[in-house]
Design a protein around this ligand. Structure first.
Ligand code: ZN
Length: 246
């Protein structure tokens, strides 16, 4: 089984289309680590795509916010405004879908998908110190997460925690070697709002049993996606950040 792993699509239809075109023919099933909506201007299209095409998905904090399950006082003003816009935009059916999305981690064979951390779906695992604290909770060898919008993740050798490098700006993909007996916490990166200083949409390809996981980046029509955010009346900052990947 070949998996396409995506995360943090954030209602960015153009980025999603670019990822699907780039990965075409290279996967059998799609897994998603949450935040399918929020920030972007195409929430209904993206939710409908997830419902029709994704084999397994866990909810993210922005999915909860749009579904009315999150106290928006904890959100920054930009996130709050976009959550309210998303809520007003979604069809009743898509809102119901968001309300019923499952919390991670979700087990799929020898791997699991989750949004924030294995213990808290809203927790950010950014650096090695955060990752170190998760070592005890990784009860399957391969865990895919999202939430930080930073492609890469961590390997857990006996000696501690090692960061996984994402592709450089000159590369469109990077093969991350997987050593037997090690545990991995892998971030496929964000499809719709990368924050690792690379504006290209991110995704991962993984096939159980293979000695590598492939981290990919692909350029997409940022201008169109950004233009739609502005046209929808959402904060301009949310459009501008797409072009810099922050
Ligand atoms: Zn997100």
């Amino acid at each position: 089984m070949r998996y396409l792993v995506v995360s943090d699509i954030h209602a960015n239809w153009e980025a999603l289309q670019a990822v699907l075109a780039d990965a075409e023919g290279k996967y059998d099933k799609i897994l998603c680590c949450g935040d399918i909506v929020g920030y972007g201007a195409n929430p209904n299209q993206v939710v409908e795509w997830v419902r029709a095409n994704v084999a397994a998905v866990v909810r993210g904090n922005h999915d909860k916010a749009a579904a009315g399950l999150e106290d928006l006082e904890w959100f920054n003003p930009f996130a709050k405004e976009s959550a309210l816009w998303t809520q007003s935009e979604l069809t009743a059916e898509n809102l119901t879908y968001l309300k019923l999305m499952e919390r991670g981690p979700m087990r799929i064979g020898k791997l699991q998908i989750l949004h924030g951390s294995p213990v808290d779906e809203d927790e950010y695992i950014v650096g090695r110190d955060d990752a170190q604290q998760m070592a005890y909770y990784l009860d399957v060898p391969y865990s895919f997460f999202g939430h930080t919008h930073l492609q890469g993740g961590f390997a857990y050798p006996r000696s501690g925690v090692r960061a996984i490098q994402r592709p450089s700006m000159q590369e469109s993909c990077r093969a991350v070697p997987l050593e037997t007996d090690l545990h991995y916490l892998i971030n496929a990166g964000s499809v719709g709002q990368p924050r690792d200083n690379d504006p290209r949409a991110a995704y991962a390809l993984y096939e159980p049993g293979e000695p590598v996981v492939m981290l990919h980046r692909v350029s997409y029509d940022v201008e169109t996606a950004a233009g739609k955010i502005v046209a929808a009346g959402m904060p301009e900052f949310l459009a501008v950040r797409l072009s810099v990947g922050k």
